[in-house]
Design a protein around this ligand. Structure first.
Ligand code: FSX
Ligand code: SF4
Ligand code: F3S
Length: 314
């Protein structure tokens, strides 16, 4: 209880009311597909964590947009919440040490928490020429992945690059880039999207801390709570024509002002993600609502299979 009170005091110091915090917990709970009766339990995970799993966060070939999205949301306190429930041992982007000191941190953490840490990976792994297409501290991405990932309790691939290869794996893919699961032949939890929605990462971690297990996954390793439905099936611009008249199905504001973007290339029917309900930037907006067709950024090989992203209206 004391710990919980201190947590709320810390929030208050940052100008965050208990109400704002509970609202965020409500969003996380809904995203996870749990009933609202779980909201207080989700709040407890943040306010009085029973465990803070050690995390080793690796970067391979990518743009770091996934980290930017996950820890630099528009409400800085949400990022801090994420950092409160995780014990981040190694993360190149946010850690203070560099060079040899950073390497030492990595080796120490992997040794100390062998079999107990969560490995979060961003970026694809080059597999051709013994992985020569990418190195950190003299070791190839492939060597690092082979060394670290099998020692983790679970590997969470954050972003389309670590999940399936992303832009690095686009044709002609000279470096033989692959997602981590493919490169190592292991099972990973994949949170794709370029960048992925941070709420899906938070939901996965909270699921683990609250229910003691990782969420149910589809055959592509994606949590079903987030990637179980197509964008098209949840789209506010969905409409259909009856006797030449457009019928707005959802009756939402967006639907009333907008039109389906299929004719200009929208890949929503072939893309599985929760963007229309979770939205980005703290639930503000997502590409289709902003007038941009979905380019399928969370699907494997979308750079090859979903292009051209735009279609000229005939
Ligand atoms: Fe890839 Fe992430 Fe796109 Fe970028 O780490 S999914 S290029 S947003 O940064 O990996
Ligand atoms: Fe489907 Fe895209 Fe049209 Fe929405 S805009 S209804 S996702 S095709
Ligand atoms: Fe990506 Fe399509 Fe969502 S482009 S962000 S999966 S709407």
């Amino acid at each position: 209880m004391k710990e919980e009170n201190r947590f709320y005091e810390r929030l208050a110091e940052k100008g965050i009311s208990r109400r704002d915090f509970m609202k965020y917990c409500g969003v996380v709970t809904a995203t996870m597909g749990l009933s609202s009766s779980f909201v207080p339990k989700v709040a407890e995970v943040f306010a009085a964590p029973k465990q803070r799993p050690p995390v080793v966060w690796l970067h391979f070939a990518e743009c770091t947009g996934c980290t930017e999205g996950a820890i630099k949301s528009m409400y800085p306190w949400i990022d801090e919440l994420v950092l409160e429930i995780l014990d981040i041992e190694y993360h190149e982007t946010i850690m203070a040490p560099s060079g040899r000191a950073a390497e030492d941190v990595l080796h120490r953490a992997v040794k100390k928490y062998n079999g107990k840490f969560i490995c979060v990976v961003e970026g694809a792994v080059g597999t051709k020429y013994n992985g020569a297409y990418g190195k950190i501290a003299g070791r190839t991405f492939l060597q690092i992945a082979r060394d670290v990932c099998p020692k983790a309790l679970a590997v969470i691939c954050l972003g389309t690059c670590s999940s399936y290869g992303g832009i690095q794996a686009a044709k002609p893919n000279q470096g033989g880039y692959k997602g981590v699961g493919d490169a190592l032949g292991i099972k990973t939890v994949n949170i794709p999207g370029c960048p992925p929605n941070p709420i899906n990462f938070v939901g996965t971690v909270v699921n683990f801390l609250l229910l003691g297990k990782l969420p149910a996954l589809d055959e592509l390793g994606r949590p079903l709570f987030a990637y179980g439905k197509s964008i098209h099936d949840q789209c506010p611009r969905r409409s259909h024509y009856e006797n030449g008249e457009m019928v707005i199905e959802f009756g939402s504001k967006e639907a009333a002002m907008g039109y389906c973007l299929y004719q200009v290339g929208c890949k929503g029917p072939d893309t599985y993600n929760n963007c229309p309900t979770a939205k980005y930037n703290g639930g503000t907006n997502f590409p289709i609502q902003a007038g941009h067709p979905c380019i399928g950024c969370s699907e494997p090989n979308f750079w090859d299979t979903m292009t051209p992203f735009f279609r000229e209206r005939g």
